[in-house]
Design a protein around this ligand. Structure first.
Ligand SMILES: [Zn+2]
Length: 273
């Protein structure tokens, strides 16, 4: 990997799963993270793969931003490896600082948001699939009756999808306010470049300050006031309309005359080789 070494250790028997399928799986996830940042986010990663019975990839956990442990069922079909999101999700945890308990939604939300973005940009996921999952998933992050701000209500939906919704809205606003010159990518790159990887703990104030400085906006500070403290529910139907994306049965339909069409295309744009 450019900019980093991945030390892979296997525990257990390979059984029916082909080592080359596992190699390709790890390589794809690592490429998604590497291409997003322009280099692998950490100099050295220890990746522990536990081979066990079953047909699933599960139990991914990242430790101190330097080690990922994940379980792989030896009956897992190769199509599941090729479409896996879990390892990419964990790799994004390497590239963002730890925050205190109250703000776990920021970490989980960022991995949830960036994982499909990184995969669609390397061609591991189609643009249609990306928008289907985004349009169908984001409502899970909206507050339920009685929910409070993201800092206060720590359910699964609010932590993963509520957090993803925060970063998604931030990305759209940064692109809108800077006429496409900046994006959330600039904030996230600046946080990592400023030493904010998974091995350190930052305050929320520092994340916001470094992130906003990179785009010359106040988007993160403003949105944190809106969504961290209060149970605000962004109007997603209006947002899909402005972005020009709709789900019609089995189909994802795009409207290239929509006002935010450039934002929509910018999000999923493939990297130039
Ligand atoms: Zn996670």
């Amino acid at each position: 990997m450019s900019g980093g070494v991945i030390d892979i250790q296997f525990k257990g028997e390979f059984g029916r799963v082909a080592p080359k399928v596992i190699d390709r799986w790890i390589h794809t996830a690592a490429s998604a993270a590497q291409r997003y940042f322009g280099h692998y986010p950490v100099k050295r990663l220890e990746l522990h793969v536990r081979l066990k019975e079953g047909g699933k990839i599960e139990d991914g956990v990242t430790f101190e931003g330097r080690r990922i442990e994940i379980s792989v069922g030896t009956d897992t079909p190769s199509a599941i490896f090729d479409a896996d999101w879990t390892l990419t999700h964990e790799m994004f945890h390497l590239a963002f600082p730890d925050l205190d308990e109250k703000h776990v939604w920021m970490n989980e939300g960022l991995s949830t948001y960036l994982e499909p973005i990184a995969r669609v940009r390397i061609g591991n996921m189609s643009v249609e699939q990306f928008w289907r999952e985004t349009v169908e998933g984001m409502p899970d992050g909206l507050p339920e009756p009685g929910d409070r701000g993201l800092d206060r209500t720590h359910t699964w939906g609010r932590t993963y999808w509520g957090g993803a919704l925060f970063w998604f809205i931030a990305d759209v606003r940064i692109r809108e306010q800077t006429a496409g010159h900046k994006s959330l990518d600039d904030s996230i790159h600046a946080i990592l470049a400023g030493g904010g990887d998974g091995s350190v703990t930052w305050s929320i104030a520092k994340v916001i300050e470094v992130g906003d400085r990179a785009t010359g906006t106040k988007v993160l500070a403003t949105l944190y006031d809106e969504m961290g403290q209060k149970a605000s529910a962004p109007d997603l139907k209006d947002l899909w309309k402005r972005l020009g994306v709709a789900i019609q049965g089995d189909r994802v339909v795009f409207d290239d005359g929509a006002p935010l069409v450039e934002v929509r295309m910018g999000l999923t744009q493939k990297y130039k080789d």
